[in-house]
Structures are given as C-alpha cells and as structure tokens.
Design a protein around this ligand. Sequence first.
Ligand code: AHR
Length: 496
Amino acid sequence: MTTSIHINVDQSKGIINKNIYGHFAEHLGRCIYEGIWVGEDSPIANTNGIRTDVLEALKDLQIPVLRWPGGCFADEYHWKDGIGPSEQRKRMINTHWGGMVENNHFGTHEFLMLCEMLECEPYVNGNVGSGTVQEMQEWVEYMTFDGESPMANLRKENGRDKPWKVTYFGVGNESWGCGGNMRPEYYADLYRRYQTYVRNYGENQIYKIACGANVSDYHWTETLMKNAGQWMDGLSLHNYTFAHSWEEKGNATSFPENEWFLILKNALIMDDLITRHSAIMDQYDPNKRIGLIVDEWGTWFNVEPGTNPGFLYQQNTIRDAMVAGLILNIFHNHSDRVQMANIAQTVNVLQAMILTEGDRMLLTPTYHVFNMFKVHQDATSLPLFIDSDTYQYNGESIAQVSASASRATDGKLHISLCNVSHNEEADLCISLSGLVDSTHIRTIQGTILSGNQIDAHNTFDQPETLAPASFDGASLHEDQLKVKIPPMSVVVIAIH
Ligand code: AHR
C-alpha cells in the first residue's frame, strides 16, 4: 500500500521551539570527564580543557540548550565544591554512578564556559534532595548577580567579573526517585519554597522548571499543576525506551529481530504520554503558559560488555537513529506544549551523540539525525495528515512511516520521514496543498541515513559506516511528491 501524506504548506501549527533539540550532560561515567572535559594539560587536543574534536562536532549540531550537572547527580551536587583553583577542589566518590573519583575539575565556570563556546543556553539543575534553600539561592546569585554581594564577589575572586546569563533552572531532579523519594504533595510544597529564592537579578529572567512525572505518573502531574502550577514555567517529564522493560532492557547491538520492532513500538509511547500529560496540564493551564520539558529521553540498553555497569556506556545503531527520528517527529507534532527536550546524554552515556575512546571519537547515527533535523529548529510547524501503511511483526503492527513538516524563515519546506520497517521499502505520495504554484519549486534536495542491517553502527575503526548521504528518491508531479524510502531509513527532504 502507498502511504499518503497531506501537508498544508500555507498554514501553521505554531513554532517548533528549537529547545526541543536540547541535550543533557551529567557527571556520569565518561560523559563529562573524558567525553567533554580532558583538562588543559591533556595530550588530547583541547580548548581551555574541553576536547576540541567533541566541541567542534557539538558546534555543528547547533545545540540550543544544555542541561547539567544531572540527573541523579544533581541532587548530590554541592556547587561550591566545584569553584576556585581546581587543584584545591574537593575529591570525592560519585556514589550514584560507578563509584569513580569526582575531582570537581568541571564545575560552574567550566560548564558556563562550554555553553558560551557552543553558543547555547545553560540549563542548570539545582539540588533539592540533599541541598539547602540557601545553597540554591546562593548558586543563582553567584551565577547571575551583577552587583555587590557575597556570592558576586566570590565569583569575581574566581576570575569571572561579569555574571552569566542563565535562563533555565531546574528545581530538583526525579524528586520521586533518586532525588529524594518524595510524594508529589510534599515535593509540590518544597518546590514552592525552593523556587521562591531562585531570583531574577537584573536583566536575567529565570525560567523555572519543576520536577515532573516519571513516565505515566499522571497523579504527579495533576498534583504539581494543582498545587504549584502558578510558580512554575516548565514541568518536566522523563521517559526512556527499553526493549522489554526496565529489568530487561535488551542489548544495543547483536539483538534479535523482534527487539528491533519492540524498541520502535515502545518509542511511540512518547506520543501517548505527551498527549495525556498535556491534557492534565490543559485543565490548569488552558493557555499553555507552562512548557512540558522532556528533559530526559532516549534509548537505555544493557551496558557494553566489559564496561562499568554504573557508566551506562552503550553503542548506538541505525535503530537508535530511528528512535531519534520518531521522537523528534512526535515533539514537532506537539510543539504547542513541548517547549524543550534534552536527550540523554551527550557523550559516552545512553543514547549519545558522540562516543570517545582515548583520543578517538565517532559520531553516532543519532548525531546524524539531530544534524539532519536541525533545519526544523524555530521553524513553523505545518499541519500534516498521514495515512500510513502498517509495519507488522509477530501479529503486532505499528505505522510504517512517521512524518513531520515545517517551513523555515527563508521559506524552505522540510519534511522529515522515517521508514521503520526492517525489510520493506516505503512508497509515499505527499500532496502539498496551499502552494501558490508548484512550478515555483526550484529545487528538491534530500538527505538520507540508512542501515543495511538492524544493528548497523559506527566503530572507532570504521567511524563512517553510517553517515548521511544525498537522497534522490523524491520527484514532483504537479503538487504531489512521489517518494520511495528504503527500509531502516531516516530522510529529510528540503523543498525550495
Ligand atoms: O540519565 C541517567 C539517569 O536517568 C539520570 O541521572 C536520572 O535522572 C535518570 O534516572
């Protein structure tokens, strides 16, 4: 069957907030240390201690926002341990993640320097679980106050005269779990208290993000919206994709064929979660002032054999690329409520953009999808109706094709498509209504990322097995695009 797609190119569903393309870097395993921070004295080429190869690759991605320092680590992090001369900073054990020594060499100054280098917004996650209100208040003052105060003076003593711009601040992380095992009623009260002291100094306006639900905990969302909605700008949501369950995550590579299907089916749960959490938010916030902030998402597999189980290091295949494409399309289609998302995590942890080994680095298939899809950042989301062929496996079925479309400020249209079938080509007919005149279309360009086996991936010896290539499988017939997409492919079509 042909999959039919109808796009209204002259209409708008609102703007796709570029922050949907956000990232997350935690003090976990080899994400910060080795993956991003190597220190100025490292033999690995670096820029002020940040490894240059990773920095350049991340710059190309046009990361809009970066969340730090956790995750579970955030509720154990005491920011004053990470400022001042680095040789004098406290050494401690990262108890939550793999028991490695945390030397605090990467702290507030280093993180905010990284954000400046990437030209992205910092999203700092504060400590509610084991930190005090005073500690949180002083952190914000340290980073953002431009005047005479103990914390602003301390910042100056540490070499930074002017305050930084810090827009996004999270008040606790997973407060229902590693962040304190709280009930939503209790956390809602704590949130109200802590956020009171997260102050706006001068021009710096903070967007306050409350800890939101774990997956389908709708009671959490309801309670937070009811009791604390008026004091928040964003409410988070965490949802990871496993092959079977948290207990049976499956492997990142060498997995059975049924786990290809299961992961893609489970990735689609995101759509249902956003729909249902948004419906609750709508009751308390019909004007959609409060953003749903999906600040942890992505695949979570068993760690690579022989690696520290607490480091969460996993390979990344064409299947991860499909998950990224599916979920980014879902975010686009919910751009009225989803204002930010942060995939977990940037380097060497979970569904990473980049993997490193010593001085070597590779870009994962997920990186390539983010790079191909970045054209949607801050573009106008277009109404899209899809009647997809089905992808069937072992008596179960999901849609074979996922799609979204947007119009960039320069007028270019972008359509992103995923064919999730592991063995069948997708035949598409895309009608574009609202074109003034299809003869005005000057160019149709496409880019494709495709796999030739279900666990195709890049290795340090063969880092370009999977890389985007140009796609010429789309042709225009009046106002209809005919497209053929190979199995296991993500495609972005640009129409000028
Ligand atoms: O991303 C890994 C961990 O997953 C984070 O630290 C935590 O917030 C979540 O449970």
